[in-house]
Design a binder for this molecule. Structure first.
Ligand SMILES: [Zn+2]
Ligand SMILES: [Zn+2]
Length: 285
């Protein structure tokens, strides 16, 4: 067992929750989404099979919950073939060290995300001054130091293939983080978005709590490159997804998704872009 893998120095429990916390949703027969406090994990594969993958790894101290969700859906002592990371923010890798130690499975991420997953580079500090509610204001306590997955992390294949998810392709959607990816299945238009856009105003605790559906760009307090974030949203909208499973908020489908994405693209400046804050000097006029 490789004991050199570890969380970052500022790893900690974050006291934030939503009405969806602890609740799972079967979106399609092979797509299951479960909310850990304020973030979604996604299990892709047919229930009770051995052939499934975990997308993202929840909040700090959620390993037990993730293991029980997996075992409930796939069977006792089952484990995914791999963990695919949309990106390495604390709320998407919060349980990964325990999960990798227990399951001994590979983790895949985009090459540009590796410095944050191998102990080399911290994420930029969140910007608690962006407009928004108490989640933005509390964001200064969010962990940003890199975790270290050492030799357990692998780079996603350059051709867009997703290991153990043969009908999906990964799409580079930087902006929120440099190596952020989304996962798309052309056949039925399923898009696992990560945080490239979300369906809840993630900055507001009340809205996060109620999970009121509202299209939004990536979480404002943690997005340093808005020009790239805009291009990434455009790229995803061009795919014409039919189902969007976002890192935060409830899944959105059909006409509601199409009209909201149209709105997000045409009104990106007013919907997504913070009007002030330390990262908006990158705004294109
Ligand atoms: Zn994020
Ligand atoms: Zn997130």
């Amino acid at each position: 067992m490789d004991n050199s893998i570890s969380y970052g120095d500022d790893y900690k429990y974050i006291p934030a929750t939503s009405v969806g916390s602890g609740i799972g949703l079967e979106i399609l027969p092979d797509i299951f989404c479960h909310t850990i406090q304020i973030v979604n994990i996604c299990l892709v594969g047919i229930p009770n099979s051995n052939d499934f993958v975990l997308v993202d790894a929840g909040m700090p101290y959620s390993a037990e919950e993730i293991i029980s969700v997996v075992e409930e859906r796939f069977g006792v002592d089952k484990k995914p073939k791999a963990i695919i990371l949309t990106h390495g923010h604390f709320d998407h890798v919060g349980a990964i060290i325990e999960l990798v130690k227990k399951w001994e499975i590979p983790v895949y991420a985009h090459e540009a995300e590796l410095p944050f997953l191998t102990g080399k580079e911290s994420y930029p500090k969140p910007d608690p001054t962006v407009e928004g509610g108490s989640v933005a204001k509390m964001s200064f306590i969010f962990p940003v130091d890199p975790i270290n997955l050492a030799n357990h992390i692998e780079v996603l294949p350059a051709d867009g293939a997703v290991p153990f998810m043969s009908d999906f392709q990964w799409i580079h959607t930087p902006g929120h983080t440099p190596g952020h990816i989304s996962l798309f299945r052309k056949e039925d238009g399923v898009l696992i978005v990560g945080d490239a856009f979300v369906t809840v105003k993630q900055e507001y605790l009340y809205k996060v709590f109620t999970q009121e559906q509202e299209i939004s760009g990536p979480p404002r307090y943690l997005t340093p490159d808005w020009e790239a974030a805009r291009e990434s949203v455009n790229k995803l909208v061009e795919l014409k997804p039919k189902v969007a499973i976002t890192g935060h908020g409830l899944p959105m489908t059909g006409d509601l998704l199409t009209s909201n994405l149209h709105l997000l693209v045409t009104e990106f400046d007013s919907i997504a872009l913070p009007s002030h804050g330390k990262y908006v000097n990158k705004k294109i006029q």
